[in-house]
Ligand binder design. Structure first.
Ligand code: M6R
Length: 606
């Protein structure tokens, strides 16, 4: 979490920093700040405040400074509450720095070096600034190297020294930093999104190396102070931001883009009507040799894994576990060289997923990452990568990233079925025919979004809600419930409908609306019986049902017919309907749909 940025060059730095911070705001938006080397006085001027980058712009306007070198930060609070003092940059002595990550031993360092008197905030970061100041005697490299030797935890540190004009220093462990030549200068940031279309190439700063940014040069040194050759990568990822267009929020735009990006995700993997992972470079041997599959992922990405698990079990008849990446290492996972680990992540930077993947690889597992952001840490760490073609996803609530993950995972499972002899040609054809209908089925739901808007009005006053279904429907609803709770703040639980009566049904009253999903023909009767059980306790029911499933519509408060597809493909239209439901509830409650409270788009702390 947290977005960090630095620029040194010939242009006015405040514009570079503020624009880049806006592009990085999805990493955290509790507070924002920047430090600039004042052209007139040579001194470092810090401006910071609780709130958004737009608030920082206002603070800046009230107290302008002009300069050509500076650093900036947008925060997701870890240590210390959301207030001006805890916002970054932090300054101690000649040091001013911003930080992304967590310093686990900051209390011990504070005591050991007697730094408490120099601190004004509650943050771990300010302790690092004080420690660096303690070690700084004029040699920045020596001070940085000495400081990080003492740090336990993850960090991306970007530093300016008051007596070294127009040079930015950085060093990192785990938390990412990229650097690039920029028009008229050089720049670094937490990720390529901040480059905003102003660079063609970038380098990933290696861990435990000191990077120096000058106005016309980027230099990297190892811990023994030897100059290293930087390795630049092409940016084949659209870092320009074309805005929200006609939509009030990015989330709506991204929901509406789904048919197109799912088609894109599928197209390179459907070759002459056959499923292919050739373009991804995934050898058939890897798909054949594994004996079990394990997904490591978080949040929405983990829910995509749960949908895939249904398919793996029903089609491949293989064991598959889906684990919270954050719990993985502590649950003694059964992983060996016969395990295929799937690391699923939109950002490719989620630290829990990254660490789980590293752990699995240490046990000998082979890995495929399903990733949206090109060249991200998880993509680089994995044996093979399948990129989704979602394009930049800006809204914190994931929508198109999720459904493109599903598309990629469906191709993977289908291809495994082919190479393992589960699918003959006819079965592959049926599967492919089903899959290629997904964009159209989603489009049909999107075209009827006003119906869902109408249904959403019935949820506006709810404090609690339930979403119920069985089997695949339950997996789909876990994601639907996450969407509703994270952006509308309605406490929503997805529940396996048959399980309700074992305790949770005690919570059902006329004040707890229930969203029921029925898309699987073979369990229709049982699902409908479970819906009757909640209706008998007074709950109003919104029913999302696959067109063609027989029922009496008058029995429900609202019914939305989902376009019929093969049962296994129903996650696509069903997810679109659930996303829209959450979206309209949030919007009509007057909330900031794209930036829900307490959240960040990229989660780089454990
Ligand atoms: O970038 P990742 O896909 O690894 O992120 C994992 C979760 O933080 C993420 O899916 C989160 O749950 C969603 N943004 C919620 O909508």
């Amino acid at each position: 979490m947290c977005g960090i940025v630095g620029y040194t060059g010939k242009q006015n730095v405040e514009k570079q920093i503020l624009d880049a911070l806006e592009l990085l705001e999805y990493r955290g938006y509790d507070s924002a700040g920047m430090a600039i080397m004042d052209d007139l006085t040579g001194q470092i001027q810090v401006r910071k405040c609780a709130g958004r980058v737009s608030d920082l712009r206002n603070v800046w306007c009230q107290n302008l400074v002009s300069g050509r070198c500076g650093i900036g930060h947008t925060r997701w609070a870890t240590h210390g509450g959301v207030c001006d003092e805890n916002a970054h940059p932090h300054r101690v002595g000649r040091i001013t720095l911003v930080h992304n990550g967590i310093i686990e031993n900051y209390e011990a360092l504070k005591d050991h070096f007697g730094l408490a008197d120099q601190l004004v905030s509650e943050t771990d970061t300010e302790v690092v600034a004080a420690l660096l100041n303690h070690f700084y005697t004029g040699d920045p490299h020596q001070a940085l190297v000495e400081t990080v030797k003492w740090l336990k935890g993850t960090f991306a540190l970007v530093v300016i020294f008051e007596d070294i004009p127009n040079v930015i220093f950085a060093i990192r462990n785990v938390s990412p930093i990229v650097a690039a030549y920029h028009k008229n200068g050089t720049m670094l940031a937490s990720d390529v999104a901040a480059l905003g279309g102003q660079a063609d190439r970038y380098l990933v700063v290696p861990e435990y190396h000191v990077v120096e940014l000058h106005q016309d040069a980027i230099q990297i040194y190892d811990m023994e102070d030897r100059l290293c050759e930087p390795e630049f990568l092409e940016i084949d990822w659209d870092t320009t931001r074309d805005g929200k267009g006609q939509y009030p929020f990015y989330m709506e735009k991204e929901i509406m883009e789904q048919p197109e990006v799912i088609e894109k995700t599928l197209s390179s993997r459907l070759v002459d009507g056959h499923l292919s992972l050739e373009a991804d470079g995934v050898p058939d041997e890897v798909l054949k040799a594994c004996e079990r599959i394990c997904v490591v992922a978080c949040g929405t990405a983990m829910h995509a894994g749960l949908v895939a698990q249904n398919m793996v079990r029903s089609i491949l008849r293989m064991p598959m576990d889906v684990e919270y990446a954050s719990e993985f290492m502590y649950m003694d996972p059964v992983i060996d060289e016969k395990t295929l680990v799937l690391a699923i992540s939109q950002s490719g930077e989620t630290i829990d997923t990254l660490e789980a993947l590293k752990y699995a690889r240490r046990q000998g597992a082979k890995s495929i990452a399903v990733i949206n952001v090109k060249g991200s840490s998880i993509a680089r760490e994995s044996d093979y990568v399948m990129y989704t073609a979602a394009g930049p996803e800006i809204a914190v609530a994931s929508t198109k990233a999720y459904t493109t993950q599903l598309a990629a995972l469906f191709v993977l499972v289908g291809r495994m079925a082919v190479v393992r002899g589960v699918f003959d040609e006819a079965a592959e054809k049926t599967f492919v025919n089903g899959l290629v209908q997904a964009p159209e089925a989603m489009q049909k739901v999107l075209d009827r979004r006003e119906e869902i808007h109408h249904i959403a009005r019935g949820l506006l006053e709810a404090k609690d809600a339930f979403m119920i279904g069985r089997g695949l429907d339950y997996s789909i609803l876990l994601e639907g419930a996450l969407k509703l709770k994270e952006i509308s703040y309605i406490h929503t639980e997805a529940y396996a409908s048959g399980e309700l009566k074992h305790g949770t049904i005690a919570l059902i009253t006329e004040k707890t609306p229930v969203v029921a999903l029925v898309t699987q023909e073979r369990i229709r009767d049982k699902e409908l019986s479970n819906i009757r059980e909640v209706q008998s306790r007074g709950a109003s029911v919104v029913l999302l049902v696959k067109d063609g499933i027989k029922l009496n519509q008058e029995d429900y408060d609202h019914v939305f017919m989902l376009p019929a597809m093969a049962d296994g493909m129903m996650p696509f239209p069903a997810s679109a309907a659930l996303q829209l439901l959450a979206y309209y509830v949030s919007m009509d409650r007057g909330l900031d749909v794209d930036k829900p409270r307490n959240l960040a788009k990229v989660v780089t702390v454990e």
